[in-house]
Write a protein that binds this ligand. Structure first.
Ligand SMILES: NC(=O)c1ccc[n+]([C@@H]2O[C@H](COP(=O)([O-])OP(=O)(O)OC[C@H]3O[C@@H](n4cnc5c(N)ncnc54)[C@H](OP(=O)(O)O)[C@@H]3O)[C@@H](O)[C@H]2O)c1
Length: 266
C-alpha cells in the first residue's frame, strides 16, 4: 500500500504542456515542476514570452525545455515530439492546454474563422495526442490531460458556438482515446475549467473591466461557490490527473467550475 502523499509525487517524470507559456498552461507547467517533473512547454510565442516563462519555471529546480510550435501545423508537432524525445528520451504526461477562444456572433463568423478555431483547438490537440501517444505506447504508460471547458456543456448567447463545438469535441476525443489506448496503460481525461480569473478570462479579476461589467456579476451569481477559479484550482486538478493519485481514472470529465454547470439557477 502506498503512503497517500506519495501518490501525488512526479519525481522522475517528463511532461509536455502545450500552451505552457502563459495563462492556465503556465500554472499547469508550474504545478508539474513543483511536484517533481521535468517539463517541456510550447507555444507559437505570439507575445514573445516563451523563453521568459521557461526561465521562471527553471527556478523551481527542474529541467524546463521551451519549444516554438504551432500545434495546428503538422510539421511543427512532429518537430516538437522529436525535440522532447531528443532532450528527455520520453514523455510520461501530456497536457494539451493550447487553445484560442473567440466571441463572434454566428452570422458574422467567416468560414476561415471557424476553420482556424477547429485547427488549433481540435486538430492541434489530435496531432499532439498522436505524436506523443506513439512515445507513450512504446513505454506502455502515460497520462494525457486535454483542456475542454464549461462551454459546450452549457450554451452562451455571446457568439461562442465555434469554441463550444471544439470543447465538446475535446470530451469526445478524450473518451475515445481512453478506450483505444487503455490497453497500453495510457489514461486520457478531459479537464473542464469554468470561469477562471486567469488566462483568456483574466479580465474577470478587474471589477472595473468592461468584461466584468458585462458578465462578471451574473457569472458569479450562477456559481454556487461564488468565486472565480484561480491558478491553485488548476494546479490541484493537474497534479491529481497527472499522477498515480488518479491511476484508475480514465475517460473522465473532471469539471472544475465551482458548481456553475450543475446550477439550475433557482
Ligand atoms: N481561462 C479560462 O477561464 C478557461 C476556461 C475554460 C477553458 N479554458 C481553456 O484553457 C486553455 C488555456 O486557456 P487560457 O485561458 O490559459 O488562454 P491564454 O492565456 O490565451 O493561453 C493560451 C496558450 O495557448 C497557446 N496557444 C494558442 N494557440 C496556439 C497554437 N496554435 N499552438 C501552440 N500554442 C498555442 C498560447 O501561446 P501562443 O499564443 O504564444 O501560441 C498560450 O500559451 C484553452 O484550451 C482554453 O480553451 C480556459
Amino acid at each position: 500500500m502506498t503512503h497517500a502523499p506519495d501518490l501525488f509525487k512526479l519525481e522522475g517524470k517528463v511532461a509536455l504542456v502545450t500552451g505552457g507559456s502563459r495563462g492556465l498552461g503556465y500554472f499547469t507547467a508550474q504545478a508539474l515542476a513543483e511536484a517533481g517533473a521535468d517539463v517541456a512547454i510550447c507555444g507559437r510565442d505570439v507575445r514573445g514570452n516563451l523563453e521568459q516563462a521557461a526561465r521562471e519555471l527553471k527556478t523551481i529546480g527542474r529541467d524546463i525545455l521551451p519549444v516554438h510550435c504551432d500545434v495546428s501545423q503538422e510539421e511543427d508537432v512532429l518537430r516538437l515530439a522529436q525535440e522532447v524525445k531528443n532532450h528527455f528520451g520520453r514523455c510520461d504526461i501530456l497536457v494539451n492546454c493550447a487553445g484560442i477562444g473567440a466571441m463572434i456572433p454566428t452570422v458574422q463568423m467567416t468560414s476561415p474563422d471557424w476553420i482556424n478555431m477547429m485547427n488549433i483547438n481540435l486538430l492541434g490537440m489530435f496531432q499532439c495526442c498522436r505524436e506523443i501517444g506513439k512515445m507513450m505506447i512504446e513505454r506502455q504508460s502515460g497520462s494525457i490531460i486535454n483542456f475542454s471547458s464549461e462551454n459546450g456543456q452549457v450554451g452562451f448567447s455571446s457568439g461562442m458556438t465555434a469554441y463550444a463545438t471544439t470543447k465538446i469535441g475535446v470530451v469526445g476525443m478524450s473518451r475515445s482515446l481512453a478506450v483505444e489506448w487503455g490497453k497500453y496503460n495510457i489514461r486520457v481525461n478531459a479537464l473542464l475549467p469554468g470561469n477562471m480569473e486567469e488566462g483568456m478570462m483574466e479580465a474577470l479579476k478587474d471589477r472595473n473591466s468592461p468584461f466584468f461589467q458585462l458578465a462578471g456579476e451574473p457569472l458569479l451569481n450562477l456559481t454556487p461557490l461564488h468565486r472565480f477559479g484561480n491558478g491553485d484550482d488548476i494546479k490541484g486538478a493537474i497534479v491529481f490527473l497527472a499522477s498515480e493519485a488518479s491511476s484508475y481514472v480514465s475517460g473522465a470529465k473532471i469539471v472544475l467550475d465551482g458548481g456553475f454547470t450543475i446550477n439550475a439557477g433557482l
